[in-house]
Design a protein around this ligand. Structure first.
Ligand code: NAG
Ligand code: NAG
Ligand code: NAG
Ligand code: NAG
Ligand code: NAG
Ligand code: NAG
Ligand code: NAG
Ligand code: NAG
Length: 361
């Protein structure tokens, strides 16, 4: 859409009272603490009127500078950052823009960087600097510490822990790196949240305030205790009773609250791998051979393994009756025949004895 100048001025008149024309202003924190050698991102924002007072000239930012000069960055001065110069101190990076954001990043802060910094922006008509400035203090950062959300460093499987990296500065805006047993973790930020703990998470945790690993904390050891009652993986069964009749069916499901990367489910009976894989194990037409302790695991290395679920397959009652009846019969006949045989032998012995005795007489 093409606007003629008249339409444009009407629009500007309308816009005026509604969204009040912003004043000249720079907003930054009063002070900012940085750990020596670490990276600091100093938040900053600015505003200016849209039009130069009394002239109707539209204002447009053309140049932005950051300086440590108390004279509000007026010449002659050394700028730590100057958008009009290619060469600047490469440790000072401007993350802002020419509209409203004047965020400044200081990389690998040095002791001598401690100063009050001011931001100045120059438009096509006039310039402005935030008078108060931001006072940057540099701490030697020797006391970087890991603080944990638990008092004891032994945590049960499936549990959780939050580790905070703290130092003399409060530094939520700094680059914090985390390491386990010296290996960098992908998580960044002053707090490291670990949940669904498994033995994989056990180890020595350290944090550091720069990517080079200098300014590193003392290690904090995490011990993950085995949880007999289940841990992070559980076997759920389709039957409430562990005792199932022959020919019956049981469906076992491997469940977990935690979403792990590897969702390969493996099944084991008495510790021996079964050929079936997948979240559900369908055991039908049960025989005594299916009796055993079932476990499932969420990776082939068996690290995330459930507690055992024990299945006992019992003979069908019908068959059982027949067997028991048969046994009862033989149990009843054997003693009777033994007694009869004994009586018969006694009688026989009696007869022989009687015959001999009568012969002698
Ligand atoms: C300013 O820019 C920085 C870096 O791109 C960004 O992190 C921050 O959120 C921005 N601030 C505002 C108020 O938009
Ligand atoms: C860790 O930091 C978070 C905020 O970043 C805070 O809420 C929590 O209380 C801190 N925990 C400890 C143990 O310092
Ligand atoms: C699942 O989450 C609930 C609530 O968060 C917890 O009580 C339960 O122990 C968890 N179960 C497992 C297997 O982690
Ligand atoms: C389990 O297996 C039996 C026999 O193979 C089959 O009839 C039944 O439908 C299966 N059940 C499920 C839930 O897969
Ligand atoms: C169950 O197993 C028995 C003996 O192993 C076999 O004779 C029968 O055919 C099986 N039934 C089914 C439905 O698989
Ligand atoms: C049960 O196991 C025994 C010994 O391994 C085997 O001889 C028999 O065939 C199995 N029975 C069934 C029903 O699989
Ligand atoms: C299954 O586990 C129970 C107790 O956990 C044990 O008494 C039993 O002997 C185990 N059965 C087998 C076949 O290993
Ligand atoms: C097995 O015995 C029970 C009681 O002892 C009886 O109720 C049931 O009917 C019998 N089953 C068969 C198949 O005989």
């Amino acid at each position: 859409m093409k606007m003629n100048p008249w339409t444009l001025s009407v629009l500007l008149l309308l816009a005026g009272p509604l969204g009040a024309d912003p004043d000249w202003h720079v907003e930054y924190p009063e002070s900012f603490c940085v750990v020596e050698g670490s990276t600091a991102t100093i938040p900053c924002s600015f505003t200016h009127p849209k039009v130069k007072k009394g002239t109707g000239v539209m204002l447009r930012v053309e140049r932005v500078v950051w300086c440590t000069n108390p004279e509000l960055c007026k010449k002659p001065v050394y700028y730590v950052y100057d958008s009009s110069k290619v060469r600047a101190d490469s440790r000072f990076r401007y993350l802002g823009d020419l509209v409203r954001n004047c965020t400044l990043k200081i990389i690998k802060t040095l002791k001598r960087d401690a100063a009050t910094y001011r931001f100045r922006f120059l438009t096509n008509a006039e310039g402005y600097a935030g008078p108060k400035g931001v006072r940057v203090t540099v701490s030697n950062g020797e006391v970087v510490k890991v603080r944990s959300s638990v008092t004891d460093n032994a945590v049960k499987e499936g549990g959780q822990v939050t580790l905070n990296c703290t130092s003399a500065c409060s530094f939520h805006q700094l680059d914090v790196h985390w390491y386990r047993n010296g290996h960098a973790l992908s998580e960044k930020g002053s707090a490291l949240h670990l949940s669904c703990l498994t033995n994989d998470n056990a180890g020595d945790y350290t944090c550091s305030l720069d990517s080079s690993g200098q300014k590193t904390s003392a290690p904090w050891s995490l011990v993950v205790l085995e949880d007999e009652a289940g841990g992070v993986v559980k076997v759920r069964s389709s039957v409430t009773d562990n005792v199932v009749k022959e020919g019956g069916q049981v469906i076992l499901t491997c469940t977990s609250n935690c979403s792990f990367h590897q969702l390969d489910v493996h099944w084991y009976r008495n510790g021996h791998a079964l050929s079936e894989t997948g979240p559900a194990l369908n055991l039908s037409n049960l025989t005594n051979n299916n009796t055993g302790n079932y476990t499932c695991s969420l990776d082939s290395s068996r690290q995330k393994t459930s507690a055992p679920w024990s299945l006992v397959v019992v003979e069908d009652e019908g068959k059982h009756n027949v067997t028991v009846t048969g046994k009862e019969k033989s149990d009843w006949r054997l003693p009777v025949s033994v007694v009869l045989l004994a009586v018969f032998l006694l009688l026989l012995a009696g007869l022989v004895f009687a015959k001999r005795y009568s012969n002698q007489i």
